[in-house]
Design a protein around this ligand. Sequence first.
Ligand code: CO
Length: 134
Amino acid sequence: MIIALDHVAVAVDDLQAAIARFAEDFGLVLAGTEEVEAAKTSTAFFPLPGTRIELVHPLRGEGPIAAHLERRGPGLHHLCFRTDDIVADVERLKGKGYRFLSEAPSPGAHGSQVIFLHPKSTGGVLVELSQHGS
Ligand code: CO
């Protein structure tokens, strides 16, 4: 079951400049950064009540965020719903005809399991499902 808006992700081509904007100009608190090898991203997190903003930047200049930046430039990338049972939600949504970018969930930031719905089946919005690790 989907239980929260876990985060909104913004693709950035200059991670340090974007961190400075969100921290110094917007006044959000940088909670940390993490390199997610499985997703080939460098990420920075800014918590807000009930959710957080996540900056995503290509790790070593490669991976899906690099391809996204090349095609569309920086900007809003995806929103992520938190689920309390990712396997059940994937099955339920597959049953409704939704397509996913991978067959099964894979490791995300903070020990989570994540999977993405194909934007062609969600009205053009890249949607991530995430179940937090214990
Ligand atoms: Co995400």
